[in-house]
Design a protein around this ligand. Structure first.
Ligand SMILES: Cc1cc2nc3c(=O)[nH]c(=O)nc-3n(C[C@H](O)[C@H](O)[C@H](O)COP(=O)(O)OP(=O)(O)OC[C@H]3O[C@@H](n4cnc5c(N)ncnc54)[C@H](O)[C@@H]3O)c2cc1C
Length: 404
């Protein structure tokens, strides 16, 4: 044993990948994984998908594997409460964990609807416990109102519709998903709701969520009253940095890191939804809330924290997917584009591909049910392909599909 100590705070995807990568790299010192939730690390995407339909949610790894094979000491069920970077100590209430290398992987917490604290039947969807409560309400046939037409809210609506329940999505903006995929494609995705029997009300806010102890109705700013047994707020998430107040780390909508996920404070790296790092692939800072980057960053942060002299940058083309009804939406790249062009299929139909241009560069691609293609566009973007290259590639794909 080297006697060195790795502490990872946040026992979810990025945290788990951090401890796995540490061992895989040959690190033989002590490893502590601190998690606020009582559960072993589990996967979040199924929470708004298969789990709501009744599927199980196994932990990523059993306690035995974590303890005996990976040599991880688990400290679950209590959050880290403070970080002392001078003494190199993480505090969790009365407990203290000294570190030589620290990976912060505390993710993000769901935003809640103001003024709904005392009402049962009002939920966010971030944790296994949240998802259990939502699933049980759906089991009871709840009239469902989803606040926020983002990805998680839309997936909840899909799950409710699969069961034939009445569901309305309320979205304050005139068009959903503008920040995630841009206005035109936001409209195209939103069309899936109407086609599947979900009512989508855009451009109106929630004035009040009312009920006597339990939610009974949602009053909208346009005066509409929606009867509801279940209200799910899908209004975004905020990086979980509260416990770092006063630690002297750079915080700005996340833990600010350089391209190697280093915070600038000796020994301290960050990964996953909590990290705002400089992404060399786009030459700009980003904070992503995507599965793939959280997993990859966890591994990179641990390796870099344990061997800072050989730290490697983490460069990526962002990727996420979302499953609505019987369709899969996938996006690669960045959506803040000067032009979005549909290059295949029909945005009003079951399958299409749209490309995003920034300057003369291919910056992003969105597919609806385009699973075989999306990673090809991701590779093109990673290579720095021009807009013309992207269009030419799309032409070739279309031609190949026609002759197939
Ligand atoms: C319902 C849902 C569906 C999703 N679906 C998709 C999808 O389809 N596609 C996709 O690309 N991405 C999806 N995502 C996003 C993806 O799951 C996240 O990007 C990923 O979970 C981030 O991993 P993370 O480890 O950085 O953070 P998290 O998964 O948020 O984990 C952070 C962990 O840290 C813990 N923690 C917080 N504060 C403290 C503290 N002070 N001390 C100790 N522990 C702490 C939290 O309790 C949590 O367990 C989804 C997310 C959710 C919630």
């Amino acid at each position: 044993m080297s006697g060195r100590r790795l502490v990872v705070v946040g026992a979810s995807l990025a945290g788990l990948r951090a401890v796995e990568a540490a061992r895989k790299s040959g690190f033989d010192g002590s490893v502590v994984l601190i998690g606020a939730e009582p559960h072993l690390p589990y996967d979040r995407p199924p929470l708004s998908k298969a789990f709501l339909d009744g599927a199980d949610l196994p932990a990523f790894r059993t306690e035995e594997v974590l303890r005996d094979e990976l040599g991880v000491r688990l400290a679950l069920g209590a959050p880290a409460t403070a970080l002392d970077t001078a003494a190199r100590v993480v505090r969790a209430g009365e407990r203290e964990f000294g570190y030589d290398a620290l990976v912060i992987a505390t993710g993000a917490a769901a935003r809640t609807l103001p003024g709904t604290g005392g009402l049962t039947g009002v939920h966010t969807l971030r944790t296994r416990d949240d998802a259990l409560a939502v699933r049980s309400a759906l089991d009871d046939g709840a009239r469902t109102v989803v606040v926020g037409a983002g990805f998680i809210g839309s997936e909840v609506a899909s799950a409710a519709r699969k069961r034939g329940l009445d569901v309305t999505i309320v979205e304050a903006l005139p068009t959903p998903l503008v920040r995630a995929v841009g206005a035109a494609m936001g409209r195209a995705c939103a069309a899936l709701h109407a086609r599947n029997g979900t009512t989508l009300r855009c451009g109106t806010g929630v004035a009040a969520v009312e009920g006597d102890g339990r939610v009974e109705r949602v009053r909208l700013t346009d005066g509409t009253v929606l009867p509801a047994d279940l209200v799910v707020a899908g209004i975004g998430a905020v990086p979980a940095t509260g416990w770092l107040a006063g630690a002297g780390l750079p915080l700005d909508d996340g833990v600010v890191c350089d391209e190697t996920l280093f915070t600038g404070v000796p020994g301290v790296y960050a990964a996953g939804d909590v990290a705002r790092w400089h992404n060399p692939a786009f030459g700009r800072p980003m904070r992503l809330e995507h599965w793939t980057s959280a997993a990859e960053q966890g591994a990179v942060a641990a390796r870099n924290a344990l061997d800072p002299a050989n730290a490697k940058p983490y460069s990526t083309v962002p990727y996420f997917w979302s499953d609505w009804y019987d369709s899969r939406i996938q996006f690669v790249g960045v959506p803040a584009a000067e032009e979005v062009r549909v290059v295949d299929g029909d945005p009003g139909g079951h399958r299409f591909v749209a490309l995003y241009r920034e300057g003369d560069r291919l910056a992003g691609a969105l597919t609806l049910n385009g699973q075989p293609q999306i990673m090809k566009y991701r590779a093109l973007i990673m290579r720095g392909a021009s807009w013309a290259d992207g269009l030419e590639f799309a032409d070739r794909r279309r031609a190949a599909l026609k002759t197939a």
